[in-house]
Write a protein that binds this ligand. Sequence first.
Ligand SMILES: [Zn+2]
Length: 212
Amino acid sequence: MTSRDALPALRPVDTSGDGGRTVMIDPAEVARLSGHVRDLIDALGLDRSDPNLERTHERVAEMYLEMFHGLKEGAEPEVTTFPNDEHYSHMVMEKDIPFYSMCSHHFVPFYGNAHIAYIPEDRIIGLSKFSRILEFYAKRPQLQERLTEQVVNFLEEKLSPRGAMVVIEARHLCVEMRGVKKPGALTVTSAIRGAFHQRPVREEFLDLLRRS
Ligand SMILES: [Zn+2]
């Protein structure tokens, strides 16, 4: 048994991977969750006296709290929008934004890249916000289809753009490690709004995507 005293103190965890965003992991939450993980380890018949398993329930609990941080109240990124003073009316695109998420069905990771674009109307946002928005929705038990829709909906709500499009390409470990076992298979999802329903606009998006 581990006493509360042995648990790590409240500590910052960088959830963005780029040093840009930290969250605090609460030891009380780690203690509550780790008890359940310990039960799972016991139910699997594993020997927790093995030094490699001794603190695994605490590490797993901490890890889940970090990976599901997007569910926390206040986790939604502050997105400041700016007036489109230049009347920029072309596509703004950020491509190859890496992300990591957890499949809702199996609690194993799916990960890959997102490509996000919009055509402004009256408002624009800073480019760094794309990855923050993506991360917020990725840090929770998730489905790739839903993640794609949530990102495009967020842009639509905050910016009311002329159009927006999100494409996500991801590998799902639940597909690669188990079941049908298809290593390297890529799942691609897309969501479009507004002007991106027009074929030439979509083609411009895909053309920008192909360029290295
Ligand atoms: Zn899955």
